[in-house]
Design a protein around this ligand. Structure first.
Ligand code: F6P
Length: 536
């Protein structure tokens, strides 16, 4: 593929940004009375307002032109049809098959994968129902009341995010905890107050080799065995979610209690595969399927909607616009829905593990920025900590606001206050407050510069009806596809994660050096000193 910076689209955008940079968002609104309509998409129950961006119609058509030049149509088709677009690992990328209807036909190496997806969903349903109706008993005959998911990265962030997001729909008689960190505090705190007799561990790991997860799983097995005093207890208190049947069996979990998935599902794209088992137990199979339906609706939208009206395409192109043409280094995501408090953390892995890469598919070093740093916190909390920087700091921080028309809990006037704040933030960022406006309030002249808001700070607003399982599915799929669009423009493989390997390998070297104090150290002087400091 042609180098991105050598494309016509890139050259046109470089020329165009020089023109539009001098026009503020306020001026763009003044120039076009219909701007709110021109830069707004309403589809799939999502109202996506992207009018408060530093773009005009020319920007949009140039960005879409760049997407076409980079072969986005073809890449979308390739992904959805199971081509091995994860080239470095020679794998298909088919998280979209996880939410395809049962009669769909999606092939990998000539085999339709959809029946197997639905077989596993059926097995998950059977198990979730047994836990929920208490017919699955622990070793001593008591029903399971506590579910502890052990996993890390994609085997944790999706489940914990979805549990928090959908807590409203969950079975409140069950307790859910999530253990990810190899720091023993995480495990120790997670089991506080839990009775081993009533606790089920879901060991979630695609590879079933991850240091953190396997260490926590072994500690959990020890806890169960010590408390219940019998090896046989493992079978009633552990299930596994993995692609590695051998390692699951070696650990001592009956593979009849294993929920599989496939190498064509990336870890960070797996929360709607069996990695979502804890979610299904929490909210029930029906709600889980409603979430899958939401995912699928967004998949259909992404696959079939012209780029001009395609929500993930526009989102992805906006990220490219600010990253590559305005030098933005971060992108903020602010859900104005407290139950989405783990959504930014989930997105961090999705976006940054996918697109935090400096090598193209051809193995060449990029000459442009790739993924920005994604970050965020729920509104309104963030307003009282870091929003100062977004309004008056020196960084350009494009922001996504995500809000819902209806609250899950009807506690007037909370919802009006919440939504008013979300709308106000987008308005303040875009339009700011001039020195004259500040003066007209009778402000002391010395304070005027401090009280001016320059504005011209871009944001998107996503409005949905209510945080339902289906809405959550749509939101996640929307970001998944937006991340894909960015990766296509940048010409990188969004589906491997080789950058996480080196640290893991070096840690394996250091572990024995910490444990055996006589081992001679052969690192650099700083690393040697750190190890010696710990040894002492
Ligand atoms: O180290 C990164 C990573 O491989 C992620 O991509 C993945 O989600 C996480 O570790 C956990 O991996 P596993 O599910 O195999 O334990």
């Amino acid at each position: 593929m042609k180098n991105l910076t050598a494309t016509d689209g890139w050259a046109r955008l470089i020329a165009h940004v020089d023109e539009i940079k001098h026009t503020s968002i306020k001026e763009l609104f003044a120039q076009n009375s219909d701007r709110r309509n021109d830069f707004c998409i309403e589809d799939e129950g999502i109202y996506f307002d992207y009018s408060k961006h530093r773009i005009n119609q020319t920007t949009l058509s140039l960005l879409i032109g760049l997407a076409r030049e980079r072969g986005l149509e073809d890449r979308i088709r390739a992904m959805f049809t199971g081509e091995k677009i994860n080239a470095t690992e020679k794998r298909a990328v088919l998280h979209t098959a996880l939410r395809a209807p049962a009669d769909a036909d999606i092939r990998v190496d000539g085999e339709n994968v959809v029946p197997e997806v639905h077989r596993v969903l059926g097995k998950m349903k059977g198990f979730a129902e047994q836990i929920r109706d208490e017919s699955w008993k622990g070793f001593t005959g008591k029903p399971i009341k506590n579910i502890v998911n052990i996993g890390i990265g994609g085997s944790d962030l999706g489940p914990v995010m979805a549990y928090e997001a959908l807590k409203f729909y969950s079975d409140r008689s069950l307790t859910f905890r999530f253990v990810s960190n190899v720091d023993g505090n995480d495990f120790a705190e997670a089991i506080q107050g839990l009775s081993p007799e009533e606790t089920l561990f879901i060991v979630s790991s695609k590879t079933f080799t991850t240091l953190e997860t396997m260490t926590n799983a072994r500690t959990a097995r020890e806890w169960i065995l010590t408390s219940l005093g019998d090896e046989q207890a493992t079978a009633r208190h552990f299930v596994a979610v993995s692609t590695n049947e051998t390692a699951v069996a070696d650990f001592g979990i009956d593979t009849a209690n294993m929920f599989g998935f496939w190498d064509w599902v990336g870890g960070r794209y797996s929360m709607d595969a069996s990695i979502g088992l804890s979610t299904m137990i929490a909210v029930g199979p029906e709600n889980f399927h409603a979430m899958l339906k939401g995912f699928h609706q967004m998949d259909e939208h992404f696959q079939n909607t012209p780029f001009e009206q395609n929500i993930p395409v526009i989102m992805g192109l906006l990220t490219v616009w600010y990253t590559n043409f305005f030098g933005a280094q971060t992108q903020a995501v602010f859900p104005y829905e407290n139950n989405l408090k783990r959504f930014p953390a989930y997105l961090q892995q999705l976006a940054m593990e996918s697109n935090g890469k400096y090598v193209t598919l051809e193995g060449e070093k990029v000459a442009y920025r790739t993924s920005p740093v994604f970050w965020g916190e729920p509104g309104t909390n963030g307003q009282h900590s870091f929003y100062q920087l977004i309004h008056q700091g020196t960084h350009l921080v494009p922001a996504d606001f995500i809000g819902f028309k209806h609250a899950l809990h009807t506690l007037p006037p909370h919802q009006d206050y919440l939504v008013a704040n979300m709308i106000a933030q987008g308005e303040a960022l875009a339009f700011g407050k001039t020195a004259d406006e500040v003066r007209s309030e009778g402000t002391d002249e010395a304070l005027v510069p401090h009280k001016v808001f320059e504005g011209n700070r871009p944001s998107s607003t996503f409005f949905l009806e209510e945080l339902t399982p289906g809405a959550l599915g749509k939101l996640i799929a929307m970001y998944e596809h937006s991340v894909f669009v960015q990766g296509v423009i940048w010409g990188i493989n969004s589906f491997d994660q080789m950058g996480v390997e080196l640290g893991k390998v070096l840690a394996q070297n250091i572990i024995p050096e910490l444990q055996e104090k006589e081992v001679t150290l052969g690192h650099d002087s700083s690393t040697n000193a750190l190890i010696e400091y710990y040894r002492k």
